[in-house]
Design a protein. Structure first.
Length: 167
């Protein structure tokens, strides 16, 4: 399929799975989808980007902090966070911009049935587009992700305790 694609302006990687497995469980699906799917897409399709093209990787605010029973999801998104930073550093000389979206809970099938506040997809998309327009390379598109970012800077220890006791 990649051989039939040329002239990409925006490569948007939005894949996610949450196996709800703890880190010592034998499950690779979180890494296969959340990390390696995006990594493979970037490796193959970044060569097809136009000059001044952009890559947008959707990670999660949970790339920066962990929740109990979601260790593999958090770890896979954390690895994607690091890979996204590496792509940004390596592709800047080619004038390719690499954005990362670190969102909180979004109202999708993945969060269906979970009792928590969620942002609508249209709200998230609108804020992502604003972030790209403003060249914010790390985009926090909702109130929850902005709060976590602020708390990680100002009060990381207490935030981590709250997250660890949340489930």
């Amino acid at each position: 399929m990649a051989s039939k694609i040329d002239n990409i302006d925006y490569l948007i990687n939005n894949a996610g799975v949450n196996s709800l497995k703890r880190v010592f469980n034998d499950s690779k699906i979180d890494f296969e989808v959340n990390l390696f799917g995006t990594l493979n897409s970037c490796q193959i399709l970044s060569k097809k980007l136009n000059k001044n093209g952009s890559i947008v990787n959707i990670t999660s605010i949970l790339a920066l902090i962990n929740l109990p029973i979601m260790g593999l999801y958090c770890a896979s998104k954390s690895a994607l966070h690091s890979i996204t930073q590496a792509f940004r550093a390596e592709l800047q000389k080619e004038n390719i911009k690499v954005y990362e979206v670190l969102s909180g809970p979004i109202d999708t099938n993945m969060t269906k049935g979970q009792d928590m506040p969620k942002s609508s997809t249209s709200y998230i998309v609108s804020n992502i587009l604003d972030g790209i327009k403003n060249e914010e390379f790390e985009i926090y598109p909702d109130d929850f992700s902005k709060m976590v970012k602020r708390r990680l800077k100002d009060d990381k220890e207490n935030l981590e305790k709250e997250f660890l006791n949340s489930l």
